[in-house]
Design a protein around this ligand. Structure first.
Ligand code: SAM
Length: 211
């Protein structure tokens, strides 16, 4: 993602009610933070939040947390949430590498990864959000029934991710190299990048998997 610095984004985030600050102190307390016992689903690398906001709107009985590394991007999601005021949606600004410091075992019921950065150089493979290193981190936060849905238009990243499932000893539930023309497309919520890439004619790959 090309990043433009958004002036004042850090300051906006620092005082925003929808952002959970000091996220490591929230570990083990997420249900208290939401004030209910609803399941918790997260999107890692949320970008500007279009997808997770739609999910939160459609599923008021699930709590959602959007995780984004960059303030300049997160601030765009905050602006939308200021208008929509979805009670079941919160945000964290963090690098997902430290996700185990923020959620305890079983606290997360589902993880969405959408159009994650491909990190094309081999030496950066462990930074990919579907690397076995990341899958091992997800095992430590997911509930027993938990799983991951991953979408991308990047076939090399998708094939790498399928191979990493085997390395991490995860199960593939289903996969398609052309989501929009597959049986799995019903109810699909498009992300910002998904719309952009499918408008360019790129097929969208999607996998559903679990530990
Ligand atoms: N998911 C959105 C979509 O599909 O429209 C945005 C996709 S964008 C290509 C990837 C996003 O993931 C960027 O906003 C980037 O800052 C964020 N990101 C990448 N690595 C991350 C990490 N380790 N932790 C948190 N966010 C990350």
């Amino acid at each position: 993602m090309r990043l433009r610095n958004v002036k004042g984004s850090r300051e906006t985030i620092a005082v925003n009610e929808f952002v959970v600050h000091d996220e490591e102190t929230a570990k083990g307390h997420w249900h208290e933070i939401f004030g209910n016992n609803q399941p918790i689903h997260i999107e890692i690398g949320m970008g500007k939040g279009q997808f997770i906001m739609e999910l939160a709107d459609q599923n008021p009985d699930i709590n959602y947390i959007g995780i984004e590394k960059f303030s300049s991007v997160l601030v765009r999601a905050i602006e939308k949430q200021e208008i929509r005021q979805l009670p079941n949606l919160k945000f964290i600004r963090m690098d997902a590498e430290y996700i185990e410091n923020v959620f305890q075992q079983g606290e997360v019921d589902y993880i969405y990864l959408n159009f994650s950065d491909p990190w094309p150089k081999d030496r950066h493979a462990k930074r990919r959000l579907t690397s076995h290193q990341f899958l091992n981190r997800y095992v430590n936060i997911l509930s027993d029934k938990g799983g991951v849905t991953f979408k991308t238009d990047n076939k090399a990243l998708f094939d790498f991710s399928l191979a990493e499932l085997e390395v991490a000893k995860w199960q593939l539930i289903n996969a398609t190299h052309d989501l929009h023309h597959s049986e799995y497309n019903e109810g699909n919520i498009m992300t910002e990048y998904e719309k952009r890439f499918s408008d360019m004619g790129n097929p969208i790959c999607r996998m559903v998997c679990k530990p």
